[in-house]
Design a protein around this ligand. Structure first.
Ligand code: A2P
Length: 276
């Protein structure tokens, strides 16, 4: 059975496919539509979008046009990072459902602990307010699981210590070379599943000579090593691609990286991402 059918169980019992298709920076319209259609055609059953990606409309349309029953596809979206009020969160969620043309969501995340334009700003109160709205939507059955994204241990503690529901998921940037051990340990301690966005370091880690060496040894691509590494770290990778061959390749990761080779990959340090 394909690894695309393997799931992580969230603390509330909901199963989410381990590998999902990321859609960050995938343009609304034909690009996002085709990427999601190709992924679903090739067995993906987990699609990750966000209000901030501005492609929910195409993602939703591709899912509906696939003809696959809605309840067989796990769909995530995210509350825009600047929305830090109860009313704002409720309204934004309704807007997300409208854009996707769905009547429920599988997972809804607070996209970041602060607005992207004010990274590091203290938004503890606002995050609690937004979380209260998400708890209500969850309890009303409009979302099957709720979580956060880009939260560090202190941001998580703010929710855990002041709210009723512990986040089911924390979605963070995670790829070979980027040390997220403290956040991951904190998530484990609280039963929070870690999702890995940019598991290929937006493509920039793929030219690392050590990753290439390990890839050659296993007769797979560097991208497959990166995705398999995330899985062996018990995190849920969300690789994105707009090319069918790569979408397929990124799901062919039924091999095991040995402990020695994991140690070699773990010794790689640094974040080569560029934003140009
Ligand atoms: P493309 O969409 O043209 O396939 P991340 O998931 O870490 O954000 O990385 C996404 C980037 O990596 C995109 O630029 C994507 O390009 C590229 N990419 C995705 N899958 C592969 C692959 N199997 N081999 C090489 N590049 C890939």
């Amino acid at each position: 059975m394909s690894i695309l059918t393997h799931t992580f169980r969230l603390a509330n019992g909901v199963e989410r496919p381990k590998i999902g298709l990321g859609t960050w920076q995938v343009k609304n319209g034909e690009e996002a539509y085709q990427s999601v259609r190709l992924a679903l055609k090739n067995g993906y059953r987990h699609i990750d979008t966000a209000e901030g990606y501005q492609n929910e409309e195409s993602v939703g349309r591709a899912i509906r046009d696939s003809g696959i029953p809605r309840n067989q596809i796990f769909v995530t979206s995210k509350l825009e990072s600047h929305i830090k009020t109860y009313e704002g969160a409720k309204a934004a969620f309704e807007q997300t459902l409208k854009a996707l043309q769905f009547d429920y969501l599988d997972l809804f995340l607070i996209h970041a602990p602060w607005p992207w334009s004010e990274m590091g700003k203290d938004c503890r109160k606002g995050n609690i307010e937004a979380w209260r709205a998400m708890e209500e939507l969850y309890q009303a059955g409009k979302i099957r699981a709720i979580g956060v994204s880009n939260f560090d241990p202190k941001d998580l503690d703010n929710i855990i210590n002041n709210c009723k529901i512990v986040p089911h998921v924390n979605q963070i940037a995670y790829f070979i070379g980027l040390d997220q051990s403290k956040t991951i340990a904190h998530c484990r301690q609280h039963g929070i599943v870690v999702e890995a966005y940019s598991p290929l370091g937006i493509g920039f880690v793929l030219s690392n000579p050590d990753i290439q060496k390990v890839a050659t040894k296993y007769n797979v691509s560097p991208a497959q090593i990166c995705i398999r590494w995330c899985l062996q770290k018990e995190t849920a990778p969300l690789p994105k691609s707009t090319h069918e061959g790569r979408i397929i390749q990124n799901s062919q990761v039924e091999f095991e990286i040995s402990a020695d080779d994991m140690a070699l990959l773990d010794s790689i340090k640094g974040d080569p991402r560029r934003w140009d």
